[in-house]
Design a protein around this ligand. Structure first.
Ligand SMILES: Nc1ncnc2c1ncn2[C@@H]1O[C@H](COP(=O)(O)OP(=O)(O)OP(=O)(O)O)[C@@H](O)[C@H]1O
Ligand SMILES: [Mg+2]
Length: 296
């Protein structure tokens, strides 16, 4: 599978420019789309599932224009919208059976097997007879995930899928996606949480104010931050000063003051010791150092 996003621009009717010349090539595996609130993640995803047309630019799926093959591509796509919460008055299993039908799973027994499997995968088997509209928020989210994954879609687009999941469910969901990503599928996952771009995401993109800031591997992003992340020590009196001077990622109390992780090219003083950056450090570093130029 491959998706080619070519020079997409989206201007909403009110004149808001939500995507600015975004081009991306996405192939098999898990692709993480990272960006702050309002970056344009959901806009891009709605275009990819053809719920909305771009103002200019186009999307090719396996070389075919998305707009000309809407129906066929839609059938092979599983989608979890960010605000998926209104469910019909159907039992959980009935809702998934309906979703399986939409995804093109033919035959009663086949659908039944698919539904049972999905209920197990998202931990809703015990709740299969409960009405979907009466489930708890987190359970609804899991049912939403299940409807996106049922019927072996070739393209899976999940918009902030982990919102509202408890820590156990987050891990479970990540493992489930990892398992699925080994197949011949594309998974596009949006998030504003750096930790959601797990080690299994080999490709990622950073969006900011509708603009593509970075496109590559998490490792390459981390490499760019090398030498720019430090552990420093500050007394209680220095705490405010440090927060003004540096981009502080974390601070933990220690004997007589604080130990902080900061992003900076070369912090002077404060017993600064360089440390290995992680993706969160890299994100902060990258946004700070490459942002201004691309905001024009
Ligand atoms: N229907 C709309 N009409 C006008 N502006 C819109 C519309 N939908 C979104 N926008 C604006 O477009 C920008 C991008 O919105 P979008 O929902 O794509 O961002 P996002 O990255 O998904 O954000 P979040 O993390 O909050 O979900 C925002 O500034 C938003 O206010
Ligand atoms: Mg969104």
């Amino acid at each position: 599978m491959d998706i080619s996003i070519q020079d997409l621009t989206k201007i909403y009717p009110n004149g808001h420019k939500a995507l600015k010349s975004v081009s991306l090539e996405i192939s098999n595996g898990m692709f993480g789309l990272l960006g702050a609130n309002g970056a344009g993640k959901s806009t891009l995803m709605r275009i990819l599932v053809s719920l909305m047309s771009p103002t200019t630019g186009k999307v090719l799926v396996n070389g075919e224009d998305l707009r000309k093959n809407r129906k066929a591509i839609r059938t092979m796509t599983g989608y979890l919208p960010q605000d998926f919460s209104a469910f019909p008055k159907l039992r959980s299993w009935e809702f998934l059976d309906y979703s399986a039908r939409l995804a093109g799973v033919k035959g009663k027994q086949k659908r039944r097997d698919a539904v049972e499997e999905m209920l197990e995968e998202v931990g809703l088997y015990e709740a299969r007879e409960r009405f979907a509209n009466n489930l708890s928020g987190g359970m609804k989210r899991r049912l939403g995930i299940a409807q996106a994954l049922i019927g072996d879609p070739k393209i899976i687009i999940v918009d902030e899928p982990t919102t509202g999941l408890d820590p156990d469910e987050r891990i479970r969901f990540r493992n489930l996606l990892t398992k699925i990503s080994a197949r011949d599928v594309i998974i596009i996952l949006s998030t504003h949480i750096v930790g959601d771009i797990s080690s299994t995401c080999h490709h990622m993109a950073l969006l900011r104010s509708g603009r593509l800031m970075y496109n590559g591997s998490p490792e390459a992003l981390i490499n760019q931050a090398k030498g720019n992340v430090w552990k420093i020590k500050a007394s209680h009196e220095q705490f405010d000063e440090v927060n003004v001077k540096f981009n502080v990622i974390s601070s933990i109390p220690s004997v007589g003051g604080w130990e902080l992780e900061v992003v900076n090219e070369s912090p002077k003083g404060f017993d600064a010791v360089p440390i290995e950056p992680n993706l969160e450090h890299a994100y902060v570093y990258y946004m700070e150092h490459y942002a201004e130029a691309s905001l024009l």
